[in-house]
Each structure stands twice: as structure tokens, then as C-alpha cells.
Design a protein around this ligand. Structure first.
Ligand SMILES: [Zn+2]
Length: 227
């Protein structure tokens, strides 16, 4: 186990690249190759000071992102081509990361509350949230047009807490097409049925797969990411 206290400036892109390789091997059911791909980041555990907004911190405005329906989140992530609109980096939806964790529960650990010491730092670095552009308290709606994709870390960075724990902003390569690994997601889920443990309730992955597939078939969403 490797304890990770801070995310480096390149962490997001490094994790995205490694996990893209892992996910595609899993979709091919090549568990040995997938584990070899995971090796550079295997066994890392987040021990830094970031906290999910699910546990409110005194003095920090209550976040309302959690009230956004999952179906809408999928639409927002697709609209933004699965990139964080704060740093430009690649995002991988939490459900996809969970599916990888289902296969490798020790090497790529998951905890639903992102508990310190129990979750791989890639969840912080890659999992996006749908954040309100105009705050709910200022009349902003839960419509996709008022929501934007932010990494969990970048969402935290926007607030005043834990800023010192965050890396500087690095603008990612916007030119490269990116789908948040949603195309290989069903294959990873199927791999998890054969090997590993299930972290989620029955139907969780099936629901998210449907949301992504519905979002991808919307005419206003670019196919395969940015042109
Ligand atoms: Zn970001």
C-alpha cells in the first residue's frame, strides 16, 4: 500500500492514461494484462485532507450538487465531453471507477464516502461532479444548461477549504477525443461479474450504462468527444 497525501499536477492525466489501459484490457477479459497495466498506481490510498461535500464543513456553503439526478449528471458529463471545465483535464465517472474497483478491490480501492485511507486517489483526481453554474441559492436550476462538469478535486478547489492540498491547474489536451471510458464501461462491468467483488447494489451499473447511452444518442452531444 502506498499512502498519497497530495495530488501532483500531473496526477489526473497519469491516472486517466493508466486506467484507460486497464479498462480496455478488462473489456477484453484479459485480467493478467489489466493488472499489469494497473501496476504503476496499484495499492495507492488517499490520506490527504480533502473531504467530500457530503460531510459539511463549518463555514463552507452547503453544496447542492447531490440533488442533481444521476440521469442529468450523465447528460452534463457527455455535454462537456467528459472533461473538467475548470482544469480541462479528462474525467472518468465514478461508476466507471467503481467498476474497475469491483475487479481490483485491494489494488484499486473504493469507499462510498471517499474515506481517508480507504480510497484510491484516482477517485479524487478523476471522478466528476455536476456543479451549478448559477448557484441554487441564486435561482440556478438543475437543468443541464446550468450544470458543468468538475473534477471532485477541482470542485473542492473552488471553495476555500483544503486549497493547499490541491495541485496547480494544468490545462489538459482539449484536442484529444475522450469519452470518460464510457465505451468500455459495459465490458469492465461484465469483467467484474466474473472476477472480484461488487461494491454497488444490483442495477447500479446497468442504470448508469443506460444514462450514458441515452446521453450519447442526444443530437446536441458530440460523438466521441470534441471534434
Ligand atoms: Zn479539474
Amino acid at each position: 500500500m502506498t499512502e498519497v497525501l497530495e495530488l501532483s499536477a500531473t496526477a489526473t492525466e497519469r491516472y486517466a492514461t493508466v486506467l484507460a489501459g486497464v479498462a480496455s484490457r478488462l473489456a477484453d477479459r484479459d485480467f493478467i494484462a489489466a493488472e499489469a497495466q494497473l501496476q504503476p498506481i496499484a495499492g495507492e490510498r488517499w490520506v490527504g485532507s480533502l473531504r467530500l461535500y457530503a460531510s459539511p464543513v463549518a463555514g463552507v456553503p452547503k453544496r447542492l450538487g447531490r440533488s442533481v439526478a444521476d440521469r442529468v449528471k450523465a447528460e452534463v458529463f457527455a455535454k462537456d465531453s467528459f472533461r473538467c471545465t475548470y482544469c480541462g483535464g479528462r474525467a472518468v465517472p465514478r461508476c466507471v471507477l467503481v467498476a474497475i474497483s469491483d475487479v481490483f478491490p485491494e489494488l484499486f480501492s473504493y469507499h462510498p464516502n471517499f474515506a481517508r485511507g480507504k480510497i484510491h486517489p484516482a477517485f479524487w483526481a478523476l471522478a466528476p461532479e455536476a456543479d451549478h453554474v448559477i448557484a441554487h441559492s441564486s435561482g440556478g436550476t438543475n437543468e443541464p444548461s446550468n450544470l458543468t462538469t468538475l473534477h471532485t478535486t477541482c470542485n473542492t478547489r473552488k471553495s476555500s477549504t483544503a486549497r493547499s492540498a490541491l495541485p496547480p491547474v494544468v490545462i489538459g489536451n482539449h484536442d484529444a477525443a475522450w469519452d470518460g471510458l464510457t465505451a468500455v464501461y459495459p465490458g469492465v462491468v461484465a469483467a467484474g461479474e466474473e472476477h472480484g467483488v461488487r461494491h454497488s447494489s444490483l442495477g447500479y451499473h446497468a442504470r448508469w450504462m443506460k444514462y450514458f447511452s441515452d446521453a450519447a444518442s442526444r443530437p446536441d452531444v458530440p460523438v466521441g468527444g470534441l471534434p
